[in-house]
Design a protein around this ligand. Structure first.
Ligand SMILES: Cc1cc2nc3c(=O)[nH]c(=O)nc-3n(C[C@H](O)[C@H](O)[C@H](O)COP(=O)(O)OP(=O)(O)OC[C@H]3O[C@@H](n4cnc5c(N)ncnc54)[C@H](O)[C@@H]3O)c2cc1C
Length: 470
């Protein structure tokens, strides 16, 4: 087996949480490696422009540039463009296997920090797999990294603060926004106003996005959701209608918007593949994005030396991600006072983060209203009716459902549908999310060509048990 490169700390993910943690610990003298599959650090919110696009020149780009520069200046070893496909526990800590531009690389360290961020949740509706429908979070990537607008006349729908981010970005880029459709009623935003105003800088940014959209004359519908997309080969119309406080369709007139694209997202779920693979303890927390690793006051999971921060430890947003990275970086460097100070700043930012997380949290009634013939697992084309049938046939655990239907067995390995499938199963069984459980984590964490990763191993690495005495 290729000898792993030794470090004190391996940080998995170079978003605001991971990059801040890596830079802080490296600046304090620890040997740190930080790994990310993206070609540049910054994570989702501070993604770097790519392919010749100069970037939008906004505050996110400036924050990302500053973090990238800090990482370069620090002594941290940066493995960017490296997909982490395997993580195992060893006698001395953790081994991480990556596949990068120059082939496989292995790393080992007594401490592993999981800062893998979040996945986007889209609750299915008729037409959601049609060409021209893309995720709300995915749209931020197109806008930030490539300067691409995914259509000429677009409906922006779903919930949470990314609605305003994307709609304002589209208006600025010259696209026509046919409507912004928010599941949350206005009262849900008003109830969170004190928490929002507690972070004046973030509140001002949010207000500037909303004003830009209003100034462009875009209709904004609150308490509405997408009923269906019509078109066939591509999006032609988006039909929306009122929803109740839980996000389920409610009585009231439908509205039809002519559009060639729909950008839709219903919040984020924690990317917990690594902590699940390592069999760390998890708990279900709807507000924080579903199943999240259990961590203590120093971000340590139930496994010694395994830490989780940022959205990878529960959806809390960029400000909390950066602060958790700073707090853990200081902690791992043995600098208690600095770690404590960062944790204090996290406490101050919590009401805002909770307010935003609440707007993006899964709404069970919305999931339970999915029609029987709607595809839920798009990788394996599994409908809601097939999930219900598997439960009727005796599946009681989420791993059994996978065996019955192939749900979650496709290229995304359940990253897109897990939350929805588990909610549907719990609903059908009349039980809790805890009772149906979560999918067992399995390698590879990312799709990798076997021929390329096999180079890191030899037959000697295969454990052959000693024959039993005759
Ligand atoms: C697609 C998307 C777009 C978003 N856009 C915005 C936005 O515009 N504004 C906003 O406020 N919030 C946005 N968010 C929310 C945002 O993720 C968080 O608020 C914030 O970025 C969290 O920081 P983080 O460091 O915890 O995680 P992230 O920023 O998500 O960073 C996690 C990093 O881990 C890496 N990673 C994960 N798994 C692996 C692996 N197996 N191998 C190698 N690398 C891996 C990822 O490439 C990523 O760079 C977005 C979320 C998503 C999912």
């Amino acid at each position: 087996m290729t000898a792993p490169l030794p470090f004190d700390i391996i940080v998995l993910g170079a978003g605001p949480a991971g990059a801040t943690c890596a830079a802080t610990a490296a600046e304090a003298g620890r040997r740190v490696a930080v790994v990310d599959e993206q070609p540049q650090a910054g994570g989702q919110v501070w993604r770097a422009p790519m392919g010749g696009f100069p970037g939008k020149g906004d505050a996110d780009q400036a924050s990302g540039d500053a973090l990238r520069q800090r990482l370069v200046t620090s002594s941290a070893t940066r493995l960017l463009g490296h997909r982490v496909w395997s993580v195992v526990r060893t006698e001395t800590g953790y081994r991480v296997d990556t596949l990068g531009p120059d082939g496989p690389t292995a790393l080992e360290a007594p401490s592993l920090v999981v800062a893998t961020g979040a996945h986007e949740r889209v609750v299915p509706f008729p037409g959601w797999t049609m060409p021209g429908v893309i995720g709300l979070a995915a749209a931020t990537v197109l806008l930030k990294s490539h300067g691409v607008v995914p259509g000429r006349r677009l409906v922006v729908a779903g919930c949470g603060p990314l609605l305003a981010v994307v709609a304002a970005g589209l208006v600025k880029a010259g696209a026509e926004v046919a409507a912004v459709v928010d599941i949350a009623p206005r009262s849900a935003w008003l109830a969170r106003l004190p928490a929002i105003l507690g972070q004046p800088r973030l509140a001002a940014r949010g207000l500037s996005w909303a004003l830009a959209v209003a100034k462009a004359g875009v209709p904004m519908l609150s308490g509405h959701g997408v009923r269906r997309v019509e078109g066939g080969a591509a999006v032609a119309r988006v039909v929306v209608g009122p929803v109740d406080a839980e996000g389920a369709p409610a009585d009231g007139p439908e509205r039809v918007f002519e559009a060639d694209g729909l950008i839709v997202g219903h919040g984020l779920t924690t990317a917990s593949e690594v902590t699940r693979l390592l069999r760390a303890e998890h708990r279900f927390d709807r507000l924080r994005g579903g199943w999240i690793p259990v961590i203590d006051g120093a971000f340590q999971t139930s496994l010694a030396g395994l830490y989780a921060i940022g959205d990878g430890a529960g959806i809390r947003g960029q400000a909390m991600a950066s602060l958790s990275g700073e707090a853990l970086g200081w902690h791992l460097a043995g600098r208690r006072a600095e770690a404590e100070a960062a944790r204090g700043r996290m406490a101050a930012a919590t009401p805002f983060s909770d307010a935003m997380a609440g707007l993006m949290a899964e709404r069970p009634a919305q999931v339970r209203a999915i029609a029987p013939d709607t595809v839920v697992c798009r990788c394996e084309d599994v409908t809601r009716a097939e999930i219900d049938a598997a439960v009727a046939a005796g599946a009681t655990q989420i791993d059994q459902l996978k065996h019955f239907t192939r749900c979650g067995m496709g290229p995304c390995q359940g990253r897109s549908c897990a939350d929805t499938v588990q909610e549907l199963m719990a609903a059908r069984l009349g039980t809790t999310r805890e009772a149906v459980g979560q999918w067992t984590g399995r390698p590879p964490l990312r799709p990798v060509p076997l021929g390329e990763v096999i180079g890191a191993f030899s037959y000697d690495d295969i454990p052959i048990p000693t024959p039993a005495p005759l």
